[in-house]
Each structure stands twice: as structure tokens, then as C-alpha cells.
Design a protein around this ligand. Structure first.
Ligand code: CA
Ligand code: CA
Length: 359
């Protein structure tokens, strides 16, 4: 009660004055100066002290900051890089190697740390885990040194920077001899290429081209209808070029030796074998020429024996089975033409497949 009376007395003393410079409100106490004025709290000259004492659950704020926290920040120490993360090289990695390096720092106050890259460049494919300070990834396949600065920051915002390097070395991807069947390996950045010997194809030369159907056959139809063309066909719409697929229930029928059935492979390939099958007892194929073109304009006869144009053998009367012909010399073609030469029945009628590797 006594203090209440005292405060009320203060209010009456200061609030009522003409140029108010001191304000006290009950029960909270606010001391504020006039606009533009300063507020000075000064102890007595003879060793007097100033105490700011929060209540049991109270806080002393400066601005909006807890004063004790402010002191904690002022007094806190920045993080310290540990011995496992020395300045300089973190290691040398071969292209494709797994990179897993833990950067280590501690905070003297034991607060939680976070990491960030502040300069330079990490190797492509290697990433910093900001929460743990771990570098993870896969080393790029190049000869290079990557220098980068990492900052470790504690909860008080204090930080320490350190510069590191990672060396990478290009790996010889040919070392394991990946190319099969006599293929020649050429090392590259992160990969290799195989130059296959004549009869083989595929990434590692494991494909026998003469057994690799391009997919004209009716059951596969990798070659779309639009890539099949016929010239001088017999009959009408019943005998479209796209019916000339091995295993088709119909087939393509030509008029005579001037007719041809053409397959566009879609790109230039290494053609090594063909197969034909007659259409029916009436329309068959006994022998034929094979023409090959890269551009669809200039065709050359494919010869069974190098340098000599020669006829290929069809299935003749046994139209239910197909007859495969392996080329003596593999051909580089995009367009392949089957030109009937002899047949039984009234007209040449047949279905085809082609065997080739991608180049
Ligand atoms: Ca600290
Ligand atoms: Ca390499």
C-alpha cells in the first residue's frame, strides 16, 4: 500500500507538469523521454550501482533482444575446424569413384553447426550436406583440381572459413577391356566407345549383326508402315508395300523384274543379312537382287561375292518358310531394295526381314 501511494505521488509530481519529461503508469512502469530526448540512468557518484533485475519469468530486453542472449553471443567463440578437416587436399579420386568426405568442426559452446560453400567450386557431381558437413557424390572423370571455401556457422552466427581442394583423375574406361569380339576401345570422359570388327555391333560389340533383325517382321513392326515402299506393284490396294513383312498373313506382290520392295531403316546401318518368304503358292520369290542406298537416290547392287553382282536366293515354292542370306560383305545402307528376278506362279510376291547393327 505504501508503494502504491508513493507511485501515485510520483504521477502527480511528474505527469501534471507543463513540459512532461517523465511518465509513470501503474501497474507497469514506463519511463520515456520526450520526442528526440535522451534517457539517462545514472548511479550516484560515490560507487552507486545500477541494477536491472527481471522478475522470476521476466526478461531484460535491449531493443527486442534478450540482454542475456546478447551477452551469450558476445562472449561465444566461433567454431573451430577439426583435425580431420585440415586446410588443403581432401583426397584424389578417380573418375566415377564414390566421394564421401566428412568435414569436421566443433563449436566451443557446443551449439549446432551448419556448413555452406562460400567460394570456389565443388567437383561436378559432388554435393555438400549443409546439415552434416559431409561431401557426397561421384568424382567426375577429368584431370582437375577443385578448390572451394566452406564456412561453418554456429547458432550464434559466429563462423570460421576454411579452403579445401579435391583432386580428380580421369579413369581409363578401356582398362577393363570392355569391347568384345576384337573390338577396339577408345577411352573418353566418363565412358568409352568400341569400334567393332566387321560382323559385330552394339555398345560392347556383343551383337552378331547378321542375327540382329531390324524388325520388319509382322510380329515386331519396329519399321513403321510409312518406311516401306513398293514400285510397280501387282493388283491394287490389297498389295501394299507395308504388307511385305516376314510372317504377315498377306505379302507384297510385284508386277515383274522392274518391280521392287524398299525398306527405309530410318538411319544408316551396317546391314549384314536379309530374309525373304514367298507370299503364297501363286506369288513366290526364287531369286532376287538386293540394292542398297545411303540417301535413297543412288542405289548400288549388293553382291554376294565382293565386286560381282550376284543373285540372292529366295524361298521359291516353299512360301511357308523364310530363307536367310548373309551378305559376303556387310553393307552401309539406310534404304534396302528387294528386286525380284525369278519366281514361280504368276507374279513375284514376298515378305522380308533385314538384319543389321546400328553404326
Ligand atoms: Ca560458438
Ligand atoms: Ca576416361
Amino acid at each position: 500500500m505504501a508503494s502504491k501511494i508513493f507511485l501515485m505521488t510520483l504521477c502527480s509530481l511528474f505527469l501534471k507538469s507543463d513540459a512532461s519529461f517523465f511518465e509513470v503508469r501503474y501497474p507497469s512502469v514506463v519511463v520515456s523521454a520526450e520526442t528526440g530526448g535522451n534517457l539517462t540512468i545514472a548511479a550516484g557518484p560515490n560507487g552507486g550501482n545500477i541494477y536491472m533485475t527481471p522478475g522470476d519469468r521476466g526478461t531484460v530486453f535491449i531493443g527486442h533482444t534478450d540482454m542475456l542472449k546478447l551477452f551469450e553471443i558476445v562472449n561465444s567463440q566461433p567454431p573451430v575446424w577439426g583435425q580431420k578437416a585440415p586446410y588443403g587436399p581432401l583426397g584424389t579420386f578417380l573418375g566415377g569413384d564414390v566421394v564421401s568426405v566428412q568435414l569436421m568442426a566443433i563449436d566451443p559452446e557446443g551449439t549446432h553447426l551448419r556448413y555452406e560453400k562460400v567460394s570456389g567450386a565443388l567437383p561436378p557431381g559432388v554435393y555438400l550436406d549443409k546439415a552434416t558437413g559431409k561431401l557426397n557424390g561421384t568424382a567426375p572423370d577429368v584431370d582437375a583440381t577443385y578448390e572451394f571455401g566452406i564456412r561453418v556457422v554456429d547458432e550464434q552466427g559466429k563462423y570460421a572459413d576454411q579452403t579445401f581442394t579435391i583432386d580428380t583423375r580421369e579413369r581409363d574406361q578401356c582398362r577393363s577391356n570392355p569391347c568384345l569380339n576384337g573390338g577396339t576401345c577408345t577411352d573418353d570422359f566418363g565412358t568409352y566407345t568400341c569400334k567393332c570388327t566387321e560382323k559385330y555391333g552394339g555398345k560392347v560389340c556383343n551383337i552378331v549383326c547378321a542375327s540382329q533383325a531390324v524388325g520388319v517382321a509382322n510380329s515386331v513392326k519396329k519399321i513403321p508402315d510409312a518406311q516401306m515402299a513398293g514400285h510397280y506393284a501387282f493388283g491394287s490396294s490389297d498389295h501394299k508395300a507395308y504388307e511385305g513383312r516376314l510372317g504377315s498373313s498377306t505379302g507384297w506382290i510385284g508386277m515383274d523384274k522392274n518391280s521392287w520392295l524398299q525398306v527405309d531403316l530410318g538411319n544408316v546401318r551396317n546391314v549384314q543379312a536379309v530374309a525373304t518368304q514367298g507370299y503364297s503358292a501363286t506369288y513366290t520369290l526364287s531369286t532376287y537382287h538386293l540394292d542398297c542406298s545411303v540417301d535413297g537416290n543412288r542405289f548400288t547392287h549388293v553382291s554376294q561375292v565382293n565386286g560381282t553382282a550376284e543373285l540372292f536366293t529366295g524361298s521359291g515354292k516353299s512360301y511357308t518358310t523364310s530363307t536367310k542370306q548373309v551378305l559376303a560383305v556387310p553393307q552401309t545402307c539406310r534404304y534396302v531394295r528387294f528386286i525380284p528376278n525369278t519366281w514361280t506362279g504368276t507374279h513375284p510376291g514376298f515378305r522380308v526381314e533385314i538384319y543389321a547393327c546400328e553404326l
